[in-house]
Design a protein around this ligand. Structure first.
Ligand code: FES
Length: 376
C-alpha cells in the first residue's frame, strides 16, 4: 500500500512538472529512497597493476584507510563493482566483475580485470592513465550472477569467451577455498595463447587436480596442451552429468552457439544463467533527437543519437546521471519518462514501474524527442 501511495504521489508531482516544465525540488520520493540505499561509495587505492596480456590488466584495489570507508563490503563470486571516474570533466561509471577470491574482501581487497575495448572510454582510460597509488571510488558489490548453492546443481559448467573469464576466476577461488562444495569445469574460449587471461592462475589450479578445472580452447591457433577451435558438443560431453548448472559469460555469439549445443544435451533453460554486460541497438538510419533532462534544481537540453542510450548521452553532456550495472538490471538509474518514446532493450521493469512511465536510461534508446525526469 505504501508503495502505491508513493507512486500516486509521484504521478501528481509529475503532472505538475509536465505543466510547468520547471525543475521543482521533489524530496523523499520512492526513487530517492531506493537510490540512497544503493549510493554507498567505497574509497580505494590502486595497490597493484598486473599486466595479464598486452591489452588486459588486473587492478588490485585496497580500501583507502585514510578515508571514511576504511573497509570494503563482502561479495559473492560473480558480482560486480561499478567504478566512478571523471574523464574530461564528465562523470562516468563502468561495471566490472570482481576477479578475486571473495575471501580477499575480508582483507579489504578487490581485484578487477579490464580489457582494452575499441573506442572504449572508461576501460581504455583505466589501462592508459591509472597507476599504482591512484585513488578510485567504487560502488558496493552488486549483481545476481554466479552460483547459488540452494538452487543450483553440484556439477557446474562455466562457459567463458574472452574477458568473460573474470567472474569464473572468482568462483574458482571460492570453490577451492571451501565457500562452495560444487565442482566447476570452465570452458574458456580465447583467440591465441598470448591472449589468455589468468594464465598463471589457470596453470596452478589445473595442477592441483581438485574439483576445479579449466579447459582452454584457442580459436585462432593450435598449441600443444590446449584445445583448438570453438567450444563444441564433443568438448562438453565428458563433463555433462545428469543434473548440471551452466553459467555463461562472454559475447552474444557465444551464447547463441552454446544454447544450440545445450539444447542437444536437454539442459533446461532454468539451469542456465547468463552474465549480461552488453546493450546494443543498431537502428536502420541514424537520427539525433532532443533530450530535455529535468533535475531537482536545473533543466538541461542536450541531444541524443538513436544508437546511443540516454545514459551515454547524459554522461557525454556532463550530467552525473546515476548508474551502476548499465545493463538494465539493478534499477539504480530508474527515471521518469515525461514525454517521448524510447526503445528499451532487455530491461526488466516491474508492472507498477512500467505503468508509471519509469524507464532505465542505461538501456533506453530514443525514438523521438525526450523529456526525462532525473532524481538528482
Ligand atoms: S544502471 Fe542498473 S538499471 Fe540502469
Amino acid at each position: 500500500m505504501e508503495v502505491i501511495e508513493k507512486i500516486e504521489k509521484l504521478k501528481k508531482e509529475r503532472k505538475q512538472i509536465i505543466e510547468s516544465f520547471g525543475a521543482k525540488p521533489i524530496e523523499n520520493t520512492y526513487i530517492d529512497r531506493e537510490v540512497k540505499k544503493m549510493k554507498e561509495i567505497y574509497h580505494t587505492v590502486i595497490t597493484d597493476i598486473y599486466e595479464e596480456t598486452k591489452d588486459v590488466k588486473t587492478f588490485t584495489l585496497t580500501a583507502d584507510k585514510t578515508s571514511d570507508t576504511p573497509v570494503l563490503a563482502p561479495f559473492k563470486a560473480g558480482q560486480y563493482i561499478t567504478i566512478h571516474l571523471t574523464i574530461d570533466d564528465a562523470p562516468v561509471t563502468r561495471a566490472y566483475s570482481l576477479s578475486s577470491s571473495p575471501t580477499l574482501a575480508n582483507k579489504d581487497i578487490y581485484k578487477i580485470t579490464i580489457k582494452r575495448v575499441e573506442n572504449g572510454l572508461v576501460s581504455n582510460y583505466m589501462l592508459d592513465n591509472m597507476n599504482v597509488g591512484d585513488k578510485l571510488d567504487v560502488s558496493m558489490p552488486a549483481g545476481d550472477f554466479g552460483y547459488n548453492p540452494i538452487k543450483d546443481e553440484e556439477n557446474v559448467i562455466a562457459i567463458a569467451g574472452g574477458s568473460g573469464i573474470t567472474p569464473f576466476m572468482s568462483l574458482a577461488y571460492a570453490i577451492l577455498e571451501g565457500i562452495y562444495s560444487c565442482s566447476l569445469t570452465v570452458f574458456y574460449s580465447i583467440k591465441t595463447y598470448e591472449d589468455i587471461i589468468f594464465k598463471r592462475e589457470i596453470e596452478e589450479i589445473n595442477k592441483k587436480k581438485k574439483n576445479v578445472k579449466f579447459i582452454v580452447t584457442l580459436t585462432r591457433e593450435e598449441k600443444e596442451g590446449y584445445q583448438n577451435g570453438h567450444i563444441s558438443k564433443e568438448m562438453l560431453e565428458p563433463y555433462i552429468k545428469e543434473f548440471n548448472t551452466v553459467l555463461m559469460c562472454g559475447p552474444k555469439e557465444l551464447y547463441r552457439s552454446m544454447n544450440e549445443i545445450l539444447n542437444e544435451f536437454n539442459i533446461p533453460r532454468k539451469s542456465v544463467h547468463y552474465e549480461n554486460f552488453f546493450v546494443e541497438y543498431k537502428p536502420n538510419e541514424k537520427i539525433t533527437y532532443k533530450l530535455k533532462v529535468i533535475m531537482k534544481d536545473k533543466v538541461e537540453e542536450i541531444t541524443c543519437n538513436n544508437d546511443e542510450t540516454l545514459l551515454v548521452a547524459m554522461e557525454r553532456a556532463g550530467i552525473a546521471a546515476p548508474s551502476l550495472c548499465r545493463v538494465g538490471e539493478c534499477g539504480y538509474c530508474r527515471s521518469v519518462l515525461l514525454e517521448g518514446k524510447v526503445k528499451m532493450i532487455g530491461a526488466s521493469l516491474k508492472k507498477a514501474e512500467a505503468e508509471n512511465d519509469y524507464i532505465h536510461p542505461c538501456v533506453s534508446f530514443p525514438d523521438s524527442d525526450i523529456v526525462l525526469r532525473l532524481d538528482i
